[in-house]
Design a protein around this ligand. Structure first.
Ligand code: SAH
Length: 350
């Protein structure tokens, strides 16, 4: 009883501690602060996944680390590889919950799509992750663990926070994980190579701007007006388009950073010429904005939502370009591995 109480008070997962925090934490626990550099070396140069492998540290100290700063137990439960080289990993944690992370190779790039929650509470109509609600948020170390597991498949050059969950609904843990992955004495992945994607939780924008870190920001817009957006994305009822775009404009002014609007194109729902014209008008309200068009990946819970044909996509793209909106037409990857946008998780649920 007593030991348990002691442990829960002092135990901190090693992969949730930022490199600069190690020294003060060791000191506070009566441990030798000079060990911090050796610890960091073991964690983020040797990439150990077991304290016993940290052979530069004395054995008794390794035992202390095991009890006070355990490494997160995260296991790859399943791997599926799609024909285009996209690999999806199912990552399981001690409490039986699991999330998916997707590895996407491209010329000169190896991008990882990372999850921040088990499920999602946002309930976007076209998204599989949200169709069963949220189970719980991930802790920072669980987010970091996804990255560390993925590293075994190759050097990750980019991270997109576009897996399961809404990062701004799990702001603190997500930010801690990304700061750790970005830290010079940590994995040292450049901030500009890390993209956070939000469905539009407005208070998150100001908080992110105040961090002063150059993470990239994407905003899932998907509709150019409140009537349609509220239908597709319940979050719009709380933070409608005017408020959202105001927060985006403030963010770009404050940070001088571009915002990318994600627009999933759904056949007959948000793909008309009028929708494109209205989208162009809205996006213009935000200085330094661009648009990514993503053809919908079909999801089993909404058989009525279909992918638009090529002609419609090109028309939509053309309208935005003629309005001088910087636009990219994205191609979905990993379809045959159920790893495409919005397809995560469902396949693994009973
Ligand atoms: N909650 C965050 C990040 C997760 S979703 C967000 O909303 O941005 C990552 C991206 O995938 C979002 O732009 C989301 O709208 C998109 N997406 C979800 N389901 C999709 C589907 N079925 N087809 C295409 N894109 C989808």
């Amino acid at each position: 009883m007593c030991a348990l109480w002691y442990n829960t008070l002092t135990m901190t997962k090693a992969w949730s501690i930022l490199p600069d925090e190690w020294k003060p934490i060791l000191k506070e626990r009566g441990l030798r602060p000079f060990r911090a550099d050796q610890i960091l070396q073991s964690l983020y140069r040797d990439y150990i996944d077991d304290w016993d492998s940290a052979t530069t540290l004395p054995k008794d100290f390794r035992e202390t680390l095991k009890t006070e700063f355990p490494l997160t137990n995260a296991k790859i439960l399943d791997t599926s590889r799609s024909e285009d080289g996209t690999t999806k990993l199912l990552v399981g944690f001690d409490d039986g919950n699991s999330v998916e992370t997707v590895l996407i190779p491209a010329t000169g790039r190896f991008t990882q799509c990372i999850s921040t929650q088990v499920g999602c509470a946002m309930g976007c109509a076209f998204c599989a992750s949200g169709s069963r609600g949220v189970v719980r948020s991930l802790t920072a170390d669980e987010i970091v663990a996804q990255y560390l597991l993925a590293r075994k498949f190759g050097e990750i050059t980019n991270i997109v926070v576009m897996g399961m969950g809404e990062p701004f609904a799990n702001y603190d843990e997500t930010m801690r994980a990304l700061k750790l992955i970005n830290a010079g004495k940590g994995p040292n992945l450049g901030a500009r190579h890390i993209t956070i994607s939000t469905c539009g939780i407005v208070p998150g924008f100001e908080r992110l701007a105040a961090e002063g870190i150059q993470f990239e920001l994407s905003v899932s817009l998907h509709a150019p007006n409140d009537a349609l957006r509220s239908e597709l994305m319940p979050v719009n009822r709380r933070w409608p388009i005017d408020e959202l775009l105001q927060a985006c404009a403030d963010y770009t002014r404050k940070t001088k950073r571009i915002i990318t609007f994600e627009y999933t194109v759904i056949k007959g729902v948000n793909d008309s010429r009028a929708n494109a014209e209205e989208l162009a008008r809205q996006v213009k309200r935000v200085p330094m904005a661009k648009v990514n068009l993503i053809p919908l990946s079909p999801v089993s819970h909404r058989p009525d939502f279909k992918t638009p044909d090529e002609k419609t996509l090109l028309m939509f793209l053309d309208v935005l370009m003629k309005n001088k909106i910087q636009t990219m037409l994205r191609r979905s990857r990993g379809k045959d591995a159920n790893a495409a946008c919005g397809q995560l998780r469902l396949r693994n649920l009973p």
